[in-house]
Ligand binder design. Structure first.
Ligand code: AMP
Length: 285
């Protein structure tokens, strides 16, 4: 059965409540569409642990800055629905902008502290938009569990903290980043890349591998690892680096010594395409 298409928050809410009244556990997978295997892995995980699965597709204007790619962000609803069809998803929530942000809309979530650094610094207002839309999606689709990708590592911390701080009755599950066979993290924005840029973009995952290798070989000084990562970017001709960081996996504060688990986080532009990636690194593994 193809999934039911639902475009209004009220109808979405009623659908979820009816399922829950029938004793079903409901899972939701929030996305902006242009679905790839990474998104589908979240939908499959939701399917596995829930009786009813909802995928949301909404390109949320409030999380894009004025000079970002909101208007050109890929909108591929037909192929998204085709990709979801074999998975046995129960409903796809596809609200219009006007249903989410009607005239007069003016309420926003002030995101938690963990939103301040990294993406928060280079995309001012981004996490305010993310926190707002995630809360709105959770209200429209009051599922028992929500599924997010570790690809957007800082986003998972923002969402988890918001859920805890605001006592939202939803379980957050975070699933691993799906990668292309050569290591490039799957992303809807990869389709902006030319063939040459696609090859250059490999530097991103390679730099994370380099960091892992250096730590495995005993390097414990963050500055040394970061310098080697920057070198790799310089050699590939990637000059527009927003940040390359080694940070505490919970607070995201930068660390100097690599004597405990850290997360490597980075954002850089390949051509005009801004890509992010991350990897958890442990001196013990
Ligand atoms: P987006 O459509 O980019 O907002 O992503 C929707 C969800 O899919 C988010 O929770 C992302 O973290 C997750 N996601 C994006 N890319 C990947 C990937 N390569 N592997 C796993 N999850 C992903």
């Amino acid at each position: 059965m193809p999934p039911q298409l639902i475009d209004h928050p009220r109808a979405m809410h009623d659908f979820v409540r009816a399922a829950q009244r029938a004793g079903k556990r409901v899972g939701v997978v929030p996305t902006m569409g242009a679905l790839h295997a990474g998104h589908l892995s979240l939908a499959e995980a939701a399917k596995k642990s829930c009786d009813v699965t909802v995928v949301t597709i909404f390109v949320n204007p409030t999380q894009f800055g004025p000079n970002e790619d909101f208007t050109k962000y890929p909108r591929t609803l037909d192929s998204d629905l085709a990709a979801l069809a074999p998975l046995g998803i129960d409903a796809v929530f596809v609200p219009q902008n006007e249903a989410m942000y009607p005239p007069g809309y003016s309420t926003y979530v002030d995101p938690p502290q963990v939103a301040e650094l990294w993406e928060g610094q280079f995309r001012p207002g981004h996490f305010r938009g993310v926190a707002t839309v995630v809360l709105k999606l959770f209200n429209a689709c009051p599922a028992d569990a929500a599924f997010f990708g570790a690809k957007d590592y800082q986003q998972t911390l923002v969402v988890r903290r918001m859920v805890e701080d605001l006592n939202l009755p939803i379980e957050i599950q975070v699933l691993p980043t799906l990668r292309e066979p050569d290591g490039l993290a799957m992303s809807s924005r990869n389709r902006y890349l030319s063939a040459a840029e696609r090859a250059t973009a490999l530097t991103i995952s390679q730099s994370l591998q380099l960091a892992a290798d250096l730590i495995a070989a005993g390097e414990r000084t963050a500055a040394t690892v970061l310098a080697r990562m920057h070198e790799l970017f310089a050699r590939a001709g990637i000059t527009q680096i927003d940040y390359i960081a080694l940070a505490d996996p919970e607070s995201l504060q930068p660390v100097e010594q690599l004597d405990r688990p850290v997360v490597a986080l980075l954002a850089a532009r390949v051509g005009t395409t801004r890509l992010i990636d991350n990897r958890l690194l442990s001196p013990l593994s």
